[in-house]
Write a protein that binds this ligand. Sequence first.
Ligand SMILES: [Zn+2]
Length: 311
Amino acid sequence: MAFADPTAEGYRCYLCGGQTFTRLHAWPVGDRWNPARISIAVWQCGCGIVFLYPVPGPEQLPDCGDWWSKRRKRPRRNLTYKRIRAAVSHALVGSPRYRFVKYTRKAIASGKLLDVGCGDGRLLQVAGPHYDCVGLEPSPIAAEQARRKGFPVLQTAFETARLRSRSFDVVTLDSVIEHVRNPLHVLRKANRILKPGCVIALKTNKFNGPAYRMHGRGWYGFRHGYHTFLFTGKTLSRTLEAAGFEVLKRPKRDRLLDDILILWGRKVREVEPASAAADPSCSASGESSPSGLPKPCGRDLCRSPADGRLP
Ligand SMILES: [Zn+2]
């Protein structure tokens, strides 16, 4: 079974510009973990960045890759155990979203909040009492659900959304950064729309945590075919710093036994928005769209050509 080789195809790491990659795991067509119609693999750059290559296109994923489609394949293990564990944990310390907002409020207590990839609006519901909330969501299925909860939602991909510079106090990305085509582009854009000194909150699966070490290629955090980048505390911190943020020491959730990584960053400098031409990870053949913008990831698919301007 042949697997596409990112080095041979001219791919460059978005963070260090390197082209020396090690293949960590591979899933051929038909593998139980691989929902795509192509073989996929996860690679690691010498700098530590872990990425999916190749990234399946919409036509290569079930239901056009819409994350919110009920037809999306979701292989899971120990589901009953996980449900019980989650119910106990929620009862004792609150839901993960409640805690995410609670800790974000320690960094910045109020203001205008944009939830990028707001999904069906559940984080907006928790944040709503504390912040002036706006959602952004490419999936028409999820955007409609979030609107029904009473929030303004831009139905568009963040990468192409037209948003005013310095217009938000908080930008949240809950389970989003692992879906994008270029994390540095996304965080630079977040930097641009944040006011100086304001805060970004990021939550993602932690690569190399206990669950990954136990399950390896069957780690659910890969969301095989959908998660384009996997981060450790170090690699996500370096990406945040490259995008003009200072990683906050408190709050910070990157403990040894965590499988979920949460980092908060404060905007400490303005950064130039990355142009596709200047970005090494867009130089690979097939990596950029004819418009020069990064191709949408699985989460950005099926989006309508909505205006993307704030109401
Ligand atoms: Zn690298």
